[in-house]
Design a protein around this ligand. Structure first.
Ligand code: GBH
Length: 484
């Protein structure tokens, strides 16, 4: 038995995102998001999948709440589909009462069941109309105002029922995968074999800038008009792609590889983290990107700086990093590094999973928690996602599927690393959400890759079956959390 070291009020639970689980894609007045339209383009999503039905969670809120209770969770992180709330997205467009009431009811039901709702306002599903109308995040002025308006609608509707707000989930993914590689909606890229539109050397940096300003505007609105009476906290969730989050040098004896490790994290995480904590972009990014990286006006910088009540951290894995020689390619977004799974002496960072990018390396989680805490002066951290897929899980039979020992080991390792960060390094971590409550729509990978602690039978009416990990994760937290 490990020592009970986490405080009694440590907030743990599970996470999902609207487009990945809800289904009901055109019910009760919901309009298309960029993911609905992206999924309709042949070849963009594995097996031609989409979120049209997904886990059918829109109709099964009670079932999902029952699972959370059965798993002993204290919190549920989910996201709002903006195009359910304001189908056309904009500040002059009508609010869809039915869509709004769905979430108000869901939050009431969660709270009645003793579960803390943690709400993400934007998990990649921009209303498609805003993309068509003005290019979405490419139009800073419009996007910032429309996002603030949408955020206000949500703050007002939820009042004091919601204590945790996340503005954006992983803006890195929306910016780079949506506007540089084109793997994610809206699929813009310089690669003309994939898209007739896009400029990967410029657009992702413009999009990232808009996210920061929209985040700051929503935070200002919350702090100005809601926070005092509603008593909640607001922050952003960042991740450290590509491919993993933590970095180790390919050759620890080569100082340029050691330096490249920090630079890679700066390009992935500090791109957003530094403006929020320091009011400026990292020097390494300015040096490589020059004027392709937008500048903050003094007023913007002041608004973005200090705009986190907490730091939301998504974390999955790690890589070895090798510096690249010479000038960076104009399309580079990594900090001019090679991202590898093996180091110089041929050791692998972790075992393979179903996700090409994910190799578990739990100690990297503890190290990154410390790295971020040191850089940003010890912010309060909530881990908002952590989890794994299993190599070949989709091909297992039913009995085998429920026996997900690899996932159990992953959680033991990672939650153990979190506990060490809390207990031995003194990092201010207050919560942890496992990804994911359910197997769900894994974006461009469709339904082949499963991340759930619950097996969802997509051909059997979306029926849910708890996997072993669903119970194990509760046992792990029970043993680590103090009773008094
Ligand atoms: C999270 O992102 C997301 O927030 C969540 O929605 C998602 O379901 C979960 O991870 C599991 O993937 O294949 O090389 O192009 C984590 C970051 C986003 C990592 C997509 C890998 C694709 C890399 N992931 N990314 S690659």
């Amino acid at each position: 038995m490990p020592d009970a070291v986490l405080p009694k009020d440590f907030l743990w639970g599970f996470a999902t995102a609207s487009y990945q689980v809800e289904g009901a894609s055109h019910e009760d007045g919901r309009a298309d998001s960029i993911w609905d339209t992206f999924c309709r383009i042949p070849g963009k999503v594995a097996d031609g999948g989409s979120g049209d039905v997904a886990c059918d969670s829109y109709h099964r809120t009670q079932e999902d709440i029952a699972l959370l209770k059965q798993y002993r969770a204290k919190a549920y992180r989910f996201s709002i589909s903006w195009s359910r709330i304001i189908p056309l997205g904009g500040r002059s467009d009508p609010v869809n009462e039915k869509g709004l009431q769905h979430y108000v009811q869901f939050v009431d039901d969660l709270r009645a069941a003793g579960l803390e709702p943690v709400i993400t306002l934007f998990h990649w599903d921009l209303p498609d109309e805003l993309h068509k109308r003005y290019g979405g995040m490419l139009s800073k002025g419009e996007f910032v105002k429309d996002f603030e308006n949408y955020a206000r609608v949500m703050f007002k509707a939820m009042g004091s029922k919601v204590k945790f707000w996340i503005t954006f989930n992983e803006p890195w993914c929306s910016s780079i995968l949506g506007y540089s590689t084109g793997q994610f909606a809206p699929g813009r890229t310089s690669d003309r074999t994939k898209s007739s539109e896009g400029d990967g050397g410029r657009e992702p940096w413009i999009v990232g800038h808009s996210f920061l300003l929209a985040h700051a505007a929503a935070v200002k609105a919350y702090r100005g008009d809601f926070k005092d009476k509603d008593g909640g906290k607001i922050g952003i969730t960042l991740n450290g792609e590509l491919l993993g989050d933590w970095t180790e040098p390919w050759d620890p004896n080569d100082p340029t590889d050691v330096e490249a490790c920090d630079r890679k994290i700066e390009f992935a995480i500090c791109w957003f983290g530094d403006p929020i904590y320091f009011g400026k972009y990292p020097d390494s990014m300015r040096k490589q990107l020059g004027d392709r990286l937008p500048e903050f006006t003094e007023e913007e910088a002041a608004q973005v700086k200090g705009s986190n009540d907490f730091y939301g951290m998504n974390h999955y894995c790690a890589n070895y990093i090798k510096h690249k020689e010479g000038e960076a390619d104009p399309e580079d977004y990594t900090g001019n590094v090679e991202i590898l799974f093996d180091n110089k002496v041929g050791e692998s960072i972790g075992s393979e999973t179903q996700s090409v990018w994910l190799r578990p390396h739990p100690v990297g989680f503890r190290k990154l928690l410390k790295w971020l805490s040191d850089r940003y002066g010890g912010p309060t951290i909530y881990v908002t996602e952590n989890g794994t897929s299993l190599k070949g899980e989709n091909d297992l039979n039913f009995e085998q599927l429920l026996q997900d020992d690899f996932r159990c080991e992953y959680f033991r390792g990672y939650i153990g690393a979190l506990v060490d960060a809390y207990n031995k390094d003194g990092i201010d971590i207050r919560g942890y959400m496992a990804w994911s409550l359910l197997d769900n729509f894994e974006w461009a990978e469709g339904y082949e890759t499963r991340f759930g602690v619950t097996y969802v039978d997509y051909t059997g009416g979306q029926k849910r079956h708890p996997k072993k990990s669903a119970k194990v994760i509760g046992d792990i937290f029970e043993s680590y959390i103090k009773k008094e």
